[in-house]
Design a protein around this ligand. Structure first.
Ligand code: ADP
Ligand code: K
Length: 429
């Protein structure tokens, strides 16, 4: 572990630490951010009324629209003279979301990323192939800083230019790679296509995040690159990558949320009521150590559940894989659908590969979904039995009838470096 004491802190003490840090954060918000002062006053609440994280549910959420309304810097709690870096997330509509960091914030960013890297299997002295994009996106620089602090040799490849990525993987021999899961798929496939034996690569660990993914893709990446692949999660509003991380020896049990900095809640997507551990809803974070850009009950829109794992190495709570973003959820004939659900069905059928796309269109009054998915090598894509088997499994597990089109290898778009969009919504064209 990178910070064993805090990573294994007894829960009671962790709670006390969170309570103290929350109190300090709320006072700073109240004093320094007009938006939060107004928010408290409109509810008739003073920071002193909130005794700890157990009282958080009494406070309203902060939403992405609040950040837009305060674009670019009005949510900053520190003057620019204290700010050392500014990032922005793409934002699909309108202005980007702008976030800032003091030196202390950057130090904490480095710590949580270093912690995450160790959790993923990385060690000081190893080389990190960093294929997250550098720039305003927090992925590249975020991983860079944490790996440097850990004592790794960082190779700042950034995303794209797959030829060069493969050359570096072969010649520089990085033991760890980080990128999006869809780009890891691309790299794995390109290795196979070029006859590069993954066993001959030095790379042992892949740290994958920035978009939802399931065991289907894990299996493909692990065999295709001969690595142990774990999940890293984060969002720029909270800090960037390193909000949570899956342990390489506890794969499939969820990702540790670094609770000494980010307090998580899961709430009902419709009512906003906090849900019991284990129930799925919207993930909400309160930052309890951030200086420049603290957020209270930030509505991430990401759907997952959280729970403690008594058998885990660390004490911090774990979050399940993200099913999708609430605003990316499709509603098909009254049934909610995330694309990761289709990915999970693909996992069960050996004759398919996790290269797929959902096409949604409106036929008369009904929304229809077509699944385009590639078959494995040597499989006949015209085989109606195979098509029907998938359609039947989808209908049985998800409850929606979908048209299935089996495609040959290469027919579905690949990630060229960053996040990949797996849904084509023709209703919006
Ligand atoms: P942008 O909005 O520009 O893509 P962000 O890095 O802030 O930049 O995006 C954060 C979002 O990416 C999260 O809210 C979540 O939806 C998604 N995300 C990040 N990591 C993961 C992950 N490991 N699994 C699923 N989704 C993720
Ligand atoms: K995103």
């Amino acid at each position: 572990m990178y910070q064993p004491k805090i990573e294994t802190f007894p829960l009671e003490e962790l709670r006390r630490l969170q309570d103290n840090r929350l109190a300090a954060t709320m006072h700073r918000m109240y004093e320094k951010i007009p938006f939060y002062r107004q928010l408290f006053e409109s509810k008739g609440i003073h920071p002193n009324d909130i005794r700890g994280v157990a009282d958080l549910h009494r406070l309203p959420f902060t939403r992405k629209t609040d950040l837009r309304d305060n674009y670019p810097f009005a949510m900053f709690a520190e003057p620019m003279s204290e700010v050392r870096r500014i990032h922005a997330s793409s934002g699909t509509t309108g202005k980007p979301t702008v976030v800032g960091y003091t030196q202390n914030d950057l130090d904490i960013f480095d710590d949580v990323v270093a912690r995450s890297l160790v959790c993923a299997g990385a060690r000081p002295g190893m080389k990190l192939h960093n294929a997250y994009g550098y720039g305003l996106f927090t992925g590249g620089l975020g991983m860079h800083g944490g790996a440097t602090k850990l004592g790794m040799a960082v190779i700042p490849v950034s995303g794209g230019m797959t030829d060069r990525q493969l050359t570096i993987l072969q010649d520089f021999g990085p033991e760890v790679i980080c990128c999006t899961p869809s780009y890891a798929q691309t790299l794995a496939e390109e290795c196979a296509q070029r006859g590069i034996d993954p066993k001959a690569l030095a790379v042992q660990y892949a740290v994958l995040g920035a978009e939802p993914w399931t065991e289907t893709i894990r299996r493909q990446v692990e065999s295709g690159l001969n690595v142990t692949a774990t999940n890293i999660y984060g969002l720029s509003e909270i800090i960037g990558p390193g909000v949570s991380q899956e342990d390489f020896e506890e794969k499939g049990t969820g990702s540790y949320v670094w609770e000494d900095h980010f307090f998580p809640e899961v709430v009902d997507r419709n009512t906003g009521e906090p849900l019991p551990y284990g129930e799925e809803g919207v993930l909400v974070f309160t930052t309890i150590t951030k200086e420049a850009f603290p957020l209270l009950r930030y509505w991430t829109n990401d759907i997952c559940s959280i729970n403690y794992d008594a058998n885990a190495k660390r004490t911090h709570i774990k979050m399940s894989p993200i099913r999708g973003r609430a605003d990316d959820m499709l509603i098909i004939r009254g049934v909610n659908l995330f694309y990761t659900q289709v990915e999970e069905v693909i996992e069960q059928l050996d004759y398919l590969q996790p290269n797929y796309q959902l096409v949604v269109r409106r036929e008369r009054t009904m929304d229809e979904v077509t699944v385009r998915v590639e078959v494995a090598e040597g499989v006949n894509k015209e085989d109606a039995r195979l098509k029907n088997l998938l359609a039947g499994k989808i209908k049985n597990t998800i409850g929606i009838s979908m048209e299935v089109i089996l495609e040959s290898f290469g027919a579905i778009p690949r990630s060229a470096g960053g996040k990949l969009s797996r849904v084509v919504d023709e209703r919006k064209l």
